[in-house]
Each structure stands twice: as structure tokens, then as C-alpha cells.
Design a protein. Structure first.
Length: 274
């Protein structure tokens, strides 16, 4: 697809004030986003080249408060991805087996192999967010800052080993989150997604945002930057994340792998004689 401007969602470093960031995209940013259909077509072609080359991988990390649309975003963008080289994993409360290991153990098992694109619906960042609000969680701020440093260094290792990481915070306003949670209760087709803990999380929204601000500050790096995407309009947010993925894929896999022309011609001759 044609070159597109660098998306404005990339965080520049430091601790953001999420309460001051827009949840609605400005008109000029909306106008700069390519059409979703064009993005999905470009994604399909670029992913094939990534899969054919099998040299690098892409990990998309989706974080957001309850009802931020992580499931639907993954479902829509997967339409442009070949299942042969694509997986999506969701991380909830750790199982007893997972809890008996280091907090990254369950994550490492789901990382993409070379050539693959993997989506994390929630991720290792739950170890800085949800786990922080458990009754027996450590209270010392230094514990969480040290854990953030470990995550940042681990991600830098992954990037150096050939995995591009696209980290996205889907930034949803309190009113939009309230509306979406009410829809879950009102719509029988969505009610199954509602969990009583959603109410408690909504009540603790300010505390969760403060924890996310600290997580962004402690884990943002040039190698694996955060992207803070305004998310009150799901359609626009999907296009923004799709654009990030397309740009990464086109950078990592600019062309199909080459093949020796002399050998190719020999194979042609053999097949024509068969």
C-alpha cells in the first residue's frame, strides 16, 4: 500500500498522564488513517512475505481496561492474517500451575516463532496491573518498578533476537467504558462476557490508570515503545492498530525470499518432461 505518515500514537517516554490524553482522535489523525479494507489487504500480503522468509516475528500486545474492545479488535484484524502463521492468546488470572512458576513462564510459551504474528489479549503486563490489586500483593513501589525493569530488559532481548513488539494501550474514557459495560448487561448475546469483577475494576479505574502510567514509564523503550491509541471509536482504533501492524510487516518482510534461477530452470525442465 502507499506510504503513510508515521502514526502519532507512539509514546515519547516518561510517565504519561492518561487522564489528560484524548480518548477521541482529532480530525486530522482520523483523515490520515487508511481504509480498513486496504489495511487488511496490505496486511495479508505482507504477512505472507514474513511467513515465507521465516526470519523475524511480530508480537502485538493489547492492553486496555475492561470493555476496551481487545477481543473484537483481534477478531477483525485476524481477517487479514493467514492462520498458518497467526495465533492469538488471552491471559487471565494465572492457573495454579502458572502461579507456581516465574511470572513470565506462561508468556514465554506463547511467543511467536520466526515468521509468525501473535496477538496477546492482555499479557505479561497483567503482572504489573491486575496482580498489583490482589489482596496479598506487595505494597512497596520498588517491587513493581523492579518488575517493570525486568520486563523492559526482557523485551529488549526479544527484539534483539528478531521479534518486533507492538505494544498498544487502548485508551477509553470513563463514560464510554460505562456505556460498553451496560451493553454487556443489556444484550443477551454479550452478557456472557460480563464478570462481577468488571464492576470492581470500574470503581478502581483511577487506580488502574495510575498503575498503567507507571507501567508505561518503566517499560517504554526505543526497541519496544508503547502506543497510546484513542479508543472511544472502535472502528478508528482498529484502523490505527492495523496501520501499526502493516508498517511493521512491510519493514520486516519487504520481499519474498530469492531462489537460484539456474536451479529453478532445472526444476522446470524436469516437470515439463514428467
Amino acid at each position: 500500500m502507499p506510504d503513510t505518515p508515521t502514526p502519532p500514537w507512539r509514546w515519547s517516554g516518561g510517565r504519561p498522564r492518561l487522564s489528560a490524553l484524548p480518548c477521541v482522535m482529532p480530525a486530522e489523525a482520523q483523515a490520515a488513517l487508511p481504509d480498513l479494507k486496504a489495511l487488511l489487504a496490505a496486511m495479508e500480503e505482507a504477512q505472507r512475505r514474513l511467513w515465507a522468509n521465516r526470519r523475524q516475528a511480530v508480537l502485538v500486545v493489547l492492553q486496555g481496561l475492561d470493555a476496551s474492545g481487545k477481543d473484537s479488535l483481534t477478531r477483525v484484524l485476524s481477517e487479514g492474517l493467514d492462520p498458518a502463521g497467526f495465533h492469538a492468546w488471552s491471559f487471565g488470572r494465572p492457573s495454579p500451575e502458572e502461579a507456581a512458576h516465574d511470572f513470565l513462564w506462561r508468556i514465554v510459551r506463547r511467543l511467536p516463532a520466526r515468521g509468525e504474528v501473535v496477538f496477546f489479549n492482555r499479557s505479561h503486563y497483567e503482572a504489573l496491573l491486575a496482580e498489583r490489586f490482589l489482596p496479598d500483593a506487595p505494597k512497596a513501589a520498588g517491587f513493581w518498578k523492579a518488575r517493570g525493569r525486568l520486563i523492559r530488559e526482557w523485551e529488549q532481548h526479544l527484539v534483539a533476537s528478531g521479534t518486533r513488539i507492538i505494544k498498544v494501550w487502548l485508551h477509553t474514557s470513563a463514560e464510554e467504558q460505562r456505556t460498553r459495560l451496560l451493553k454487556r448487561l443489556d444484550d443477551p448475546r454479550k452478557r456472557w462476557k460480563f464478570d462481577p469483577s468488571d464492576i470492581e475494576t470500574f470503581r478502581q479505574r483511577k487506580d488502574y490508570l495510575k498503575a498503567m502510567e507507571a507501567a508505561i514509564r518503566d517499560t517504554h523503550s526505543e526497541e519496544a515503545p508503547w502506543h497510546l491509541v484513542p479508543n472511544d471509536d472502535k472502528g478508528l482504533a482498529r484502523r490505527a492498530v492495523a496501520q501499526l501492524l502493516v508498517q511493521a510487516l512491510e519493514t520486516l518482510a519487504p520481499d519474498y525470499p530469492g531462489f537460484d534461477e539456474q536451479v529453478t530452470e532445472e526444476y522446470r525442465k524436469l516437470l515439463r518432461k514428467a
